[in-house]
Design a protein around this ligand. Structure first.
Ligand SMILES: *Cc1c(COP(=O)(O)O)cnc(C)c1O
Length: 414
């Protein structure tokens, strides 16, 4: 360790305790991952000191020759990785990537269609607590009540009825393949633009394990820190048609100076995602998610839509008579970290919910395989069927710690 331990022990302790927490618990939050040591190094570099408003070769500051190279590397790698004509790697987060895309495709007050939050959508997809619901008119679509799958005929019907300027495809809690080609077809029928938010599945797309939205969407927005396993941040891809409008929409419309250390780390992440090991990693993420889903089902839990095609799954807890909140708290007491999540047509409010969401990107980065997933499923079942029993929590917690001790968190060890 470096100097922080002595210069600011109070803050240093927070970081060391967080390292311990990550090491000693099983992290099943579907949106989280463990960045590599290389990504962490780039993030912790002096590139954080540099102001670079503008774009490579067109900055509003001097001294940008080196950060220009970093940003060019990130842009070129993103384009190559996803076969896109244009990439913007400056968005500070997925939220700002979406903001910039809306600035290009919508006017204040325009109507846009997106997936309902409780069916798997995201706050930035039209929620009234987000700028997206305040500035624009949200027209919701969702999943079918019976199959819990996206109902494309219904999406088409709503699109024909409302004729939105934009249709947004993409989700935070949908465990099935999304048919971007069908979305394109529906958008074309009503003269709408298509935005795909692939924040969750970007790593799967990069590895060819989920159909790519790039050939179908006008603009693709994403994060870098979920399945893609990079630094916390966002990026945008598009056809050449939107290149200069998107550049302006990110900086200066949505943001000021870019985070050059994070952009450098994005370049590292895109480079890592081009390696064959990344494909094997994403295959293991999928295998682990499928196995976790089937083992939970074997143990009597109901998995929303009956399974998963990606890195996450949702469990409906209503048959057990417990809430998402109760399950989340009990699991955390036992060392298993996940999040409460609305299920489609959830009767309970968002702070309580009837579901819990599990994802496998982070544990797979630690090297967890089939044996561990099977055991984790058993431990989850033990906890959620013994809510309130401290002895159960303690027993599970002990086993979780033993399991975790065999799988170091990558960024801390390699
Ligand atoms: C996570 C997520 C975002 C937002 O990402 P932040 O970096 O947290 O702002 C946007 N869209 C979807 C679908 C997401 O899952």
């Amino acid at each position: 360790m470096g100097v922080l331990e002595h210069s600011d022990p109070e803050l240093w302790q927070v970081i060391s305790r967080e390292q311990r927490r990550q090491q000693d618990t099983i992290g099943l939050i579907a949106a989280e991952n463990h960045a590599s040591r290389a990504v962490l190094e780039a993030m912790a570099s002096v590139l954080t000191d540099k102001y670079a408003e503008g774009y490579p070769q067109h900055r509003y500051y001097g001294g940008c020759s080196e950060v220009d190279v970093a940003e060019e590397l990130a842009r070129e790698r993103a384009k190559r990785l996803f076969h896109a004509e244009y990439a913007n790697v400056q968005p500070h987060s997925g939220t700002q990537a979406n903001m910039a895309a809306y600035f290009v495709l919508l006017q204040p007050g325009s109507g846009f269609m997106a997936m309902k939050l409780d069916h798997g959508g995201h706050l930035t997809h039209g929620s009234l607590v987000s700028f997206s619901g305040k500035l624009y008119r949200f027209i919701p679509y969702g999943v079918d009540r019976e199959t819990e799958l996206l109902d494309y005929d219904e999406v088409e019907r709503i699109a024909r009825e409302h004729r939105p300027k934009l249709i947004l495809a993409g989700a935070s809690a949908y465990s099935r393949v999304i048919d971007f080609e069908r979305f394109r077809h529906i958008a074309d029928l009503v003269g709408a633009r298509l935005l795909v938010d692939m924040a969750h599945i970007a790593g799967l797309v990069a590895a060819g394990m989920h159909p790519s939205p790039v050939p179908h969407a006008d603009i693709v927005s994403s994060t870098t820190h979920k399945t893609l396993r990079g630094p916390r941040g966002g990026f945008l891809l598009s056809t050449a048609e939107f290149a200069s409008r998107l550049d302006d929409a990110v900086c200066p419309e949505a943001q000021g100076g870019p985070l050059m250390h994070i952009i450098a780390a994005k370049a590292v992440c895109f480079g890592e995602a081009m390696k064959p090991e990344f494909v094997s990693y994403q295959q293991a993420v999928l295998d682990n998610a499928r196995l976790l889903a089937s083992e939970l089902q074997r143990g009597g839990l109901r998995v929303v839509s009956g399974g998963t095609d990606n890195h996450l799954l949702l469990v409906d807890l209503r048959d057990l008579g417990i809430t998402g909140k109760a399950a989340e708290e009990a699991l955390e007491a036992a060392g298993i970290v996940a999040n409460r999540n609305a299920i489609p047509f959830d009767p309970r409010p968002p702070r309580v919910t009837s579901g819990i969401r599990f994802g496998t990107p982070a544990v797979t980065s630690r090297g967890f395989g089939p044996d561990e997933m099977t055991r984790i499923a058993q431990l989850i079942i033990k906890v959620v069927t013994n809510i309130g029993d401290d002895k159960t929590y303690k027993e599970v917690r002990q086993e979780v710690e033993d399991l975790c001790s065999r799988f170091p968190v990558p960024g801390l060890s390699d």
